[in-house]
Design a protein around this ligand. Structure first.
Ligand SMILES: Nc1nc2c(c(=O)[nH]1)N[C@H]1C(S)=C(S)[C@@H](COP(=O)(O)O)O[C@H]1N2
Ligand SMILES: [Mo]
Length: 436
């Protein structure tokens, strides 16, 4: 899709003929001259297709992104979330449900997979409108100036959201501060500009595609080159190329949401680092015990679980916990990074039974979970009343018929239906039931 302006027989059309000979040849080559852009693929029709795909895709990203934020229990401040002044933007927050138990697996799998798959579409869309970026004069009117300013938010916002999202799932977090506030504020700024742009442009996109599809001239098509080079690729071919790029990304990333041979296709996932091995504990691991400095001494014979609430501080050994009534639940791990496991059979003590021991026989208003872990970014996680009350929410001691492995949280971990992985604290040391 290159712009081979040098070898074309047609001299670029320019509005700068008034300039003297030598200056003209230089100016003709500036990207602000319409004739500089020669690809015959560019045009309103090509941009319209990409724009409409992004309209659907980015709306889905926005909705699933807001859902993901809600799923974190961010209003259990400041334990789970420290986004300052999110108040107004958090107006929609609601109590994340515990059913269906695969809810977060679905919403976050979609969020991350669709985000990855849209990358070629976004790049092609930006490529298709890039001549407009250089157009002169910078503003023809106040309205035009405002529209160009909004494009700055639109393009800047899109790049910011995609880059921060991709860095987060690649575990290469290079931005200062926490990912959540940046991606959350960024989403609102970007989506506001995106919505304005869609309202202004989507009707035209639908109109041109309805009348003639991809081919044929469109009256006043400012995206079309006034002096197109000979085509090397049709518009259809260019779209097929973008689609192929997206398909390759889909195949190499969607597998992260499934177990078995599909996961092996997910070569784009960086999670090979923690090889889960085989057997009952042979499923995806986020952080290994070793990587966050959790040692056998922390989790061995001397380990005790403290359960606190109105009944005071109670302490239990693992053997005592195993002697309590044991329950099973088939639940997945679904990480914010988009990967998930299929349902695993967890076994342990119900959180609601522990709440009763702590002094809340009719349900606890909340639960603060702490881990023996001292290193790394993970500190504590808070669960809400509906999550404690669900009979499938467990302090798990085993999985798939075996004791938990050290990497999956031995001696005890939290597992809650439909909750994001990060709320499923491993190597638990303390449960505090009550108002948070
Ligand atoms: N103590 C502790 N618990 C933790 C984490 C952690 O880093 N430390 N990571 C969380 C995240 S982000 C996820 S996705 C799940 C992953 O669980 P798994 O490694 O058993 O698959 O554990 C959660 N529990
Ligand atoms: Mo996670």
């Amino acid at each position: 899709m290159g712009d081979s302006h040098r070898e074309s027989p047609n001299p670029p059309a320019t509005g700068l003929r008034a300039f003297s000979g030598r200056a003209t040849t230089v100016l003709e080559r500036l990207p602000s001259v319409p004739g500089f852009w020669r690809s015959p693929v560019r045009g309103v029709r090509f941009t319209a297709v990409l724009g409409l795909v992004l309209l659907v895709g980015i709306t889905l990203l926005f909705v699933t992104g807001l859902l993901s934020y809600a799923a974190y229990n961010p209003d259990l401040n400041p334990v789970n979330d420290k986004t300052p002044d999110k108040g107004l933007l958090g107006f929609y927050l609601f109590d994340w449900p515990t059913r269906p138990h695969w809810l977060y697996r679905l919403t976050q799998g979609l969020h991350v997979t669709v985000g990855i798959v849209l990358v070629p579409v976004l790049l092609a869309k930006l490529w298709s409108v890039v001549p407009g970026l250089f157009a002169l004069p910078p503003a023809r009117s106040v309205g035009h100036a405002l529209e160009r300013l909004s494009l700055l938010l639109l393009v800047g916002g899109a790049l910011f959201q995609f880059v921060t999202g991709l860095l987060n799932i690649q575990l290469e977090y290079l931005f200062p501060g926490s990912f959540y506030p940046l991606h959350f504020y960024g989403a609102w700024v970007f989506f506001a500009a995106f919505l304005a742009h869609a309202v202004l442009r989507a009707p035209q996109a639908v109109r041109v595609l309805r009348s003639g599809g991809l081919s044929g001239a469109v009256q006043g098509d400012t995206l079309e080159s006034p002096a197109p080079a000979a085509p090397t690729l049709s518009r259809r071919g260019a779209l097929a190329m973008v689609g192929t790029g997206s398909l390759v990304l889909l195949i190499t990333s969607a597998g992260r949401s499934f177990d078995g041979p599909l996961r092996r296709l997910a070569v784009l996932t960086p999670h090979g680092a923690a090889e889960p091995g085989s057997g009952p504990n042979g499923f995806q691991i986020n952080k290994t015990a070793a990587s966050v400095g959790v040692t056998a001494a922390d989790t061995g014979e001397d380990w005790l679980l403290t359960v606190s609430g109105p009944a005071g501080d109670l302490r239990f050994t693992r053997v005592q916990l195993l002697a309590m009534e044991q329950h099973s639940a088939a639940l997945p791990i679904a990480c914010v990074e988009g990967w998930s496991t299929s349902d695993q059979w967890w076994r342990g003590v119900r959180l609601k039974d522990l709440a009763a021991l702590a002094g809340y026989p009719d349900g606890a208003p909340g639960l603060l979970v702490e881990s023996v872990q001292r290193r790394g970014s993970f500190r504590r996680a808070a669960l809400r009343d509906n999550q404690v009350a669900d009979p499938r929410s467990l302090l798990a001691l085993g999985v798939n018929g075996e004791a938990l492995s050290p990497d999956h949280g031995y001696p005890a971990r939290i597992i809650v239906p439909a909750a994001p992985g990060v709320l499923n604290t491993k190597w638990v040391s303390r449960l505090t039931f009550g108002e948070l």
